[in-house]
Design a protein around this ligand. Structure first.
Ligand code: DX5
Ligand code: ZN
Length: 232
């Protein structure tokens, strides 16, 4: 299993100081930055687009950017995010008319494709896509807002995705997103997640480094084998 990654969601950052906020979480030990894109159509909220992604790259941010598209349609925005410096681009299968085409488009443009599952979305979509994905994202809240409570039903789903990924023999990140805090991140790690999105828990804390360190300790305690894994 890959080394655990902490992915702060900038949805809960101070947008008036976004560059400094991103610098601060990376200095505090974050591995990757989670970038939530909402369109007031697929989800009932409106956030940020490719211009902001590009602005972070221009600001000098080198860490991977994990773009989570909560938009419909999907394909129109993929080239813009690829050009803006996205690393991973994930989308919800319900939001795309042609899932395989969207995955190929993301790959062709040099980004890593991910598929996102809402709490009630079945994993069947993985049957014919897992061999083309670099990431599977399990939502542990309904998408649209930060600061919601973790839905425990995500845990067996994480375990099932981990089982499928192991069976595939491929390197696919298993990411969990929504309501993750230092006190439940261990359960998600134990279930098989290796990439942990946390918005309000990190940006709402007064000491980003202390919060990220507490999260890492909880992950290490839950998965002793992963503690010494080399970073990839
Ligand atoms: C929800 C977003 C999440 C959100 C997580 O639709 O996809 O990434 O920002 O925020 P917290 O960690 O506060 O639940
Ligand atoms: Zn997200």
């Amino acid at each position: 299993m890959a080394a655990p990654w902490i992915a702060p969601s900038i949805l809960s950052a101070d947008f008036a100081r976004l560059g400094a906020e991103v610098d601060a979480v990376l200095a505090a030990g974050a591995d990757i930055v989670h970038f939530d894109v909402m369109d007031n159509h697929y989800v009932p909220n409106l956030t940020i687009g490719p211009l902001v992604c590009e602005a972070l790259r221009k600001h000098g941010m080198k860490a991977p950017i994990d773009v989570h598209l909560m938009v419909r349609p999907v394909d129109r925005l993929v080239p813009d995010f690829a050009k803006a410096g996205a690393t991973y681009i994930s989308f919800h299968p319900e939001a795309s008319d042609h899932i395989d085409r969207t995955i190929s488009l993301i790959r062709e443009l040099g980004c890593k494709p991910g598929l996102v599952f809402n709490p009630a979305t079945p994993l069947d979509y993985l049957d014919y896509t897992l061999d083309k994905l670099d990431l599977v994202l399990l939502m542990s809240v309904n998408p649209g807002f930060g600061g919601q409570a973790f839905i425990p039903g995500a845990l067996p789903k994480i375990a099932e995705v981990r089982r499928r990924v192991a069976q595939s023999g491929r390197e696919v990140r298993v990411e969990v997103d929504g309501g993750i805090k230092a006190d439940n991140i261990g359960a998600a790690a134990r279930a098989g997640a290796d990439t942990f999105v946390a918005g309000s828990a990190i940006f709402g804390s007064s000491d980003y480094a202390a919060t990220i360190t507490a999260m890492r300790s909880a992950i290490a305690a839950a998965t002793p084998a992963a503690a010494g894994t080399v970073k990839v």
